[in-house]
Design a protein around this ligand. Structure first.
Ligand code: RIB
Length: 306
């Protein structure tokens, strides 16, 4: 099964804190660490660890962060031939605070990720068209993504869009997106910010041509929203230390399962397990589970609660 990922590569600068600060407040930090991350790279690495043949398309700077990201991503088995190095633009960086219990706050400087343009999409299109599934996120400019979606044949690849960070999706031809996979905050924002409960927000989005809406709801697990109602997939109980990249693991696992021909119900269950395992480890790409780890977890899910 072939998966293409077009998206960001970031170096994550991570500070552990007891609790997240309020606006204007300073809190004392503990460990400070650097992890390879970025939603594009994370989803590519996650899909490769889950057994897919993966190609990543994106941009880094010609600097040490870019080199490290490329070597870690390649070492995970991802084809990084589609990642361009820029001599004059720095690699993207994310500043992440992780509180006790695993909750995080992220601010992101796109750097080279923002170099994505129409000419990239035209160059990469033949390879992207060969994939069974295409994974997209929004840490890159929207206009080239819109061009890409318009240029894809209607039947293949299946497109999964993670609308993070949340923004106005009206420039995108959503009719060519097969699965929209926001988290709780994103789904409320995408619905206009006035609705406060998930089912109301989901109804509004489903009215906008969205075929499959899957909502990642942290400790609650996930929901599949369909015109007839919402199906709940409860989260596995695990001891969370860092929720960073759990959403990326979820999307990648969903992609792998759908590429294997599983239906949405089975695929969401599998994605829930991959996300649960991710929150038990620190960092972004460093926390993503392998196929064997997910299989073992599904056999004995209670060993990880604690
Ligand atoms: O989804 C997690 C990722 O979001 C982090 O790795 C960070 O780079 C941010 O972009």
């Amino acid at each position: 099964m072939r998966i293409a990922v077009l998206g960001s590569l970031n170096m994550d600068l991570v500070l552990e804190v007891e609790r997240l600060p309020r606006p204007g407040e300073t809190v004392l930090g503990r460990n400070f660490t650097r992890y390879p991350g970025g939603k594009g790279a994370n989803q590519a690495i996650a899909a490769a660890r889950l057994g897919a043949e993966v190609r990543l398309f994106g941009h880094v700077g010609a600097d040490s962060y870019g080199e490290e990201l490329l070597s870690v991503t390649q070492a995970a088995g991802v084809d990084v031939g589609g990642v361009t190095r820029h001599p004059e633009v720095p690699t993207g960086v994310a500043l992440i605070l992780v509180a006790e219990g695993g909750q995080n706050q992220i601010a992101y400087a796109p750097g080279a990720n923002w170099q994505l343009g129409r000419e990239d999409v035209e160059r990469w299109l033949p390879q992207i068209r060969e994939a069974d599934v295409l994974l997209l996120q929004l840490e890159v400019p929207l206009e080239p993504l819109a061009i890409l979606l318009q240029s894809l044949p209607p039947e293949k690849p299946l497109v999964i869009l993670d609308p993070a960070p949340a923004q106005d999706l009206s420039p995108l031809p959503l009719a060519r997106v097969d699965y929209l996979v926001p988290n709780r905050e994103e789904v409320l924002r995408l619905a206009g910010g006035e609705v406060t409960e998930l089912s109301g927000a989901a109804r509004l989005l489903l009215a906008r041509e969205i075929r499959h809406l899957v909502i990642k709801a942290d400790q609650e697990g996930a929901y599949l929203a369909e015109p007839g109602g919402m199906t709940h997939f409860p989260a596995y109980k695990v001891r969370a230390v860092d929720t960073t990249a759990a959403g990326d693991a979820f999307n990648a696992a969903l992609a792998v399962a759908l590429a294997q021909g599983k239906g949405p119900y089975e695929a969401i269950g599998y994605a829930n397990a991959a996300a649960a395992l991710t929150v038990t480890k620190r960092g972004a790409s460093s926390s993503l589970p392998t196929r064997e780890e997910v299989q073992e977890f599904l056999r004995h899910p209670y060993r990880h609660s604690g």
